[in-house]
Ligand binder design. Structure first.
Ligand code: ZN
Ligand code: ZN
Length: 146
């Protein structure tokens, strides 16, 4: 496979659909941020405070609103608000700060990952089925080659 690197200007795309691994939508149309439905996750701080965090769905925007107080540098456990499945990757730690990364499922097997530490801006978008998106940008040559 050829590897394709795509550079996206910060906050030029808005995540429209995000799910937990059990298929529950995390989108919160009744709590928009920046004109887009926010992404709601359940969070538990390391001192045991529990509440909901609303993530800005614009990729690269780290604005959040929360029903609990969040200190800069604090690490949170991140769960699906519906089924409470742990959204953190057991195997993946942030390359910047060592906290665990959490993962949101996007349509067609794509994922977005972000650091669970407040104020750490490590995040990653993995688009799996890119041919569908590329089809809108490029004309694929489907004729037989000689
Ligand atoms: Zn769930
Ligand atoms: Zn981090």
């Amino acid at each position: 496979m050829e590897k394709l690197t795509v550079e996206i200007p910060s906050q030029s795309i808005c995540i429209k659909e995000a799910f937990c691994p059990n298929g529950h939508s995390l989108m919160t149309p009744d709590h928009p941020l920046g004109g887009c439905p926010s992404i709601r996750v359940h969070a538990v701080s390391d001192s045991g405070r529990e509440g909901d965090i609303y993530l800005n769905a614009w990729y690269g925007n780290f604005e959040v609103e929360a029903t609990i107080s969040m200190k800069e540098g604090e690490v949170f456990e991140i769960y699906c608000p519906t089924c409470r499945v742990d959204l953190r990757r057991p195997d993946e730690r942030c390359a910047f700060c060592g906290a665990r990364m959490f993962q949101l499922q996007l349509p067609r097997g794509s994922i977005v990952e972000a650091c669970s530490r407040r104020g750490c801006h490590n995040h990653r978008l993995k688009v799996v089925d890119i041919s569908a998106q590329l089809g809108r940008i490029f004309d694929f040559d489907t004729r037989p080659r000689y």
